[in-house]
Write a protein that binds this ligand. Structure first.
Ligand code: ZN
Length: 323
């Protein structure tokens, strides 16, 4: 999963392209958070913190207690459906964490260099939704807009072609890359909205939560495309974070009702496990309501990134680079 360019949806004047037409139409049904960041701009390092108790101050949390283990313990039937090549089962923490799921599927066996389309996940999600079982949790790991952008959407999804004025760097190469990126984001809009609709069709107590592992800088602030630790810029840390809740879910979880007012909370997905625990209503020892974006006791705390850099102090200077 990667940058959905939410500016495109909610502030059409800022991003000059409509890269999220379908989700934009569903806006009233969604809870969109505007100020969420990834703890790291690299996939695996970001996911390690997202899925476990690890965070900036405690990078190697004990036991690697994960969201999947939490769901398993609470009696959920857990599914992990991935469109990303599993990095060696003994090498990558996200893969090890994923193997704790009761049902595991890795659809893509090829690397990022190959054409991989996320619509391949939809029939598998459908199947998982049809499985019997009282409580189910389906984790879907999209390939999203991970490079190479052009290989993330079918040919007939080449929609944007012209020059995009949004970027800082304007060359023939950046024009091509920005167009491919925007096409990939527009395709992701279709995939994410389809997933929400599949869950919605079930008409039961359910929710969908979507976010990215990190963003990409696509010539937004520098002569660079993608994400890289040493090039880490604001667009690489800024990520979309949105949720959809069914009527039954909202009726059973009244506290969620006021969420619309929570949309500007400053959040770092290294605290995701607390939000996850809250949203599935299963608490664990060490649960901290202050770290759940869905909780009325939520409290903002310093968002440290890179080498003890305060994201909120840094973002203004970094953002001023964007014209
Ligand atoms: Zn990634």
């Amino acid at each position: 999963m990667e940058n959905l360019h939410l500016d495109g949806i909610w502030d059409f004047m800022v991003n000059n392209r409509e890269t999220n037409p379908i989700l934009s139409k569903m806006k009233d049904e969604l809870y969109v958070f505007n100020d969420v960041i990834a703890s790291d701009v690299m996939t695996i390092r970001s996911l390690e913190k997202v899925l476990t108790l690890s965070n900036y101050n405690n990078p190697k949390a004990e036991n690697n207690f994960s969201v999947i283990q939490l769901a398993n313990t609470a009696g959920f039937d857990t599914f992990w459906i991935s469109n990303q090549q599993p990095v060696g089962f003994t090498e990558s923490t996200p893969t090890i964490i994923a193997t704790a799921a009761k049902h595991k599927q890795f659809l893509a066996t090829d690397s990022y260099m190959y054409s991989i389309y996320d619509e391949a996940l939809l029939p598998e999600i459908k199947k998982a939704l049809k499985e019997t079982g009282e409580r189910k949790l389906i984790f879907v790991h999209l390939i999203g807009t991970h490079r190479t952008y052009k290989k993330r959407y079918p040919e007939n999804f080449s929609y944007f072609e012209g020059i995009n004025e949004r970027t800082k760097i304007k060359t023939e190469y950046s024009k091509t890359k920005v167009n491919e990126y925007d096409n990939a984001v527009k395709y992701n809009d279709l995939v994410v909205s389809n997933i929400i609709n599949l869950v919605k069709e079930q008409e039961n107590n359910s929710f969908v939560l979507y976010f990215s592992d990190h963003g990409d800088d696509v010539f937004d602030t520098q002569d660079f495309v993608g994400h890289h630790t040493h090039k880490g810029s604001k667009p690489m840390f800024d990520i979309p974070f949105l949720s959809w809740f069914s009527k039954d879910y909202l009726a059973a979880n009244k506290r969620i009702d006021t969420l619309k007012t929570y949309s500007n909370r400053k959040y770092n997905t290294e605290d995701f496990i607390y939000s996850f625990s809250d949203i599935i209503d299963v608490k664990f020892k060490g649960f901290d309501a202050k770290r759940s974006i869905f909780n009325s006791d939520f409290k903002e705390h310093k968002r440290l990134i890179k080498d003890s850099l305060d994201y909120d102090a840094w973002k203004t200077t970094n953002a001023s680079d964007e014209d």
